[in-house]
Write a protein that binds this ligand. Structure first.
Ligand code: MRU
Length: 367
C-alpha cells in the first residue's frame, strides 16, 4: 500500500543488498523507519517486541527468518532450532506455526546445499500468497459493503467500525479487515471508519495512519465508545481481523474484540471477521478453552507513548506507583456472535460446516 504516494509492503527482500527489510512498527505512526533483519536473533526480537506484528505478517517474517538462517547453516539441526526459537516468540497467532511448519516440511525434503535458495523462494512465495489472499478478502468484503450502501441514501457513507490494526501493516499488503475498506474507497463507495484506539498498545493509531494515507474518512475513538455509537445507529458494520480461528468458527483477536461483538449482537449490528485461511487452526474447536492467550508485560498498560508538545516521542506513566497493570493481549469471540467470516474464497458462516464447505482441501492437509 502507499505511504505518502510511494508503494510499500510491510516486509520485503531487497535483491540488491540481499537484506530482509521491515517497517519498524514500534515507532509508527510518529516515525517511518525501515530496518534490516539478518540474524535469527534479529527476527526473534522483531516479532517478540512487535517491530512486526499482526498474524499474517508474523508468519511471513518467520519464513524470512528461517531463510536467512539457512544462508548460515542449512543443517537439519538448524532448521529445528530455528523453528523452536521463532515459534517461541509469540503464542497466539497461528500463522507463525503455519509458516514455520510449511518451511520445515519443505526444507527437510531437500538437500542441504539447495536450502538457502529454496527457503528464500518459499518465504517470498508465502509473502506473495498473503498479498493475493488479502486482495481477495477485500473483493468479498466489498460486496457486503456495497450491499449496505445500496440500502442507504446515495450521499450517506457506510459506517464501519474496526478494532486493533488488521491493516496492511499487520499483513504483507492490503490488510485483512482493511482490504474491503481500501477497495470500497477505490470503487467510489463512500465509507467512514470508526477506529478503536485499542489499548494498551494503541494499534488503532496504525489503522488511522493507513487510512490517513489514503484520505479515507475516519475517527479515532476510545475503546469504550463503540457500544454507544451502535446504540445510536451510527455503525452499519464491524470488520475485525483474527489471530486464530478454530475449526468451529470461534475467533481469537486483539483484547476487546469480544466486547465489541457483544455490543454488536445487542444492537443488531453485523459483526464480520476477515479471515485468511492460514489463520484457521483446524486442530482446535473451542477457542476459549484451547487457544493460548498471550500475556504481555504490565508496563504496556501502565505506560503510554506518544508525541509531547515539542514533537518528541516520549513515554508517560498513567498509574500510581505500586498499581500494577495486567495485560492479556487477546480474547475469544464465540462463533455464535459472528455474522460471517470473510475469507479469500468467499463469505461463510462462523461454523464447522461453513469452514468445511469453503476449505475441504485445507482441513485434510492440516489435521
Ligand atoms: O498484538 P498484535 O498487534 O500482533 O495483534 C494484531 C491483531 O490482533 C490483529 O487484529 C490480527 O493479527 C489480525 S491481522 C490481519
Amino acid at each position: 500500500m502507499k505511504v505518502e504516494g510511494n508503494h510499500f509492503r510491510s516486509i520485503w527482500f531487497d535483491e540488491e543488498s540481499k537484506a530482509v527489510n521491515i517497517i519498524d512498527q514500534r515507532v509508527l505512526p510518529h516515525e517511518f523507519k525501515i530496518i534490516s533483519l539478518d540474524t535469527l536473533k534479529d527476527f526473534e526480537i522483531a516479532i517478540k517486541h512487535m517491530a512486526v506484528r499482526g498474524a499474517p505478517l508474523i508468519g511471513a517474517t518467520a519464513a524470512f527468518g528461517m531463510a536467512c538462517q539457512m544462508r548460515r547453516d542449512p543443517s537439519d539441526e538448524c532448521i529445528n532450532i530455528s523453528w523452536e526459537r521463532l515459534h517461541r516468540t509469540r503464542p497466539t497467532a497461528i500463522n507463525l506455526k503455519w509458516a514455520l511448519d510449511r518451511c520445515r516440511t519443505e526444507l527437510l525434503k531437500t538437500q542441504e546445499k539447495t536450502r538457502a535458495e529454496i527457503s528464500m523462494e518459499l518465504a517470498k512465495k508465502i509473502a506473495n500468497e498473503d498479498v493475493e489472499i488479502n486482495r481477495n478478502i477485500g473483493i468479498h468484503g466489498l460486496n457486503i459493503i456495497q450491499e449496505i450502501a445500496r440500502r442507504k441514501s446515495s450521499s450517506e457513507p457506510v459506517r464501519l467500525l474496526t478494532h486493533c490494526n488488521a491493516g496492511w501493516l499487520a499483513t504483507v499488503d492490503w490488510g485483512t479487515a482493511t482490504s474491503p475498506m481500501f477497495q470500497a474507497h477505490e470503487n467510489g463507495v463512500p465509507i467512514h471508519v470508526w477506529v478503536d484506539e485499542t489499548r494498551p498498545r494503541n494499534q488503532g493509531a496504525l489503522t488511522s495512519w493507513e487510512l490517513q494515507n489514503y484520505g479515507i474518512s475516519h475517527n479515532y475513538i476510545t475503546d469504550n465508545a463503540g457500544g454507544h455509537l451502535m446504540q445510536h445507529g451510527l455503525v452499519d458494520m464491524i470488520i475485525v481481523g483474527t489471530d486464530r480461528t478454530t475449526s468451529c468458527g470461534d475467533v481469537c483477536n486483539k483484547i476487546g474484540t469480544y466486547l465489541k461483538a457483544l455490543a454488536a449482537k445487542d444492537n443488531g449490528v453485523p459483526f464480520y471477521v476477515a479471515l485468511p485461511s492460514p489463520t484457521i487452526d483446524w486442530t482446535v474447536r473451542n477457542g476459549v478453552e484451547e487457544i493460548p492467550i498471550e500475556e504481555r508485560v504490565e508496563t504496556e498498560v501502565s505506560w503510554i507513548h506518544g508525541l509531547d508538545k515539542s514533537g518528541r516521542v516520549t513515554k508517560v506513566k498513567v498509574t500510581p506507583d505500586g498499581s500494577l497493570g495486567f495485560n492479556p493481549a487477546f480474547d475469544v469471540t464465540p462463533a455464535k456472535l459472528v455474522t460471517g467470516l470473510i475469507t479469500e474464497r468467499g463469505v461463510c458462516d462462523a461454523s464447522e460446516s461453513g469452514l468445511r464447505a469453503l476449505f475441504p482441501d485445507l482441513e485434510k492437509v492440516s489435521l
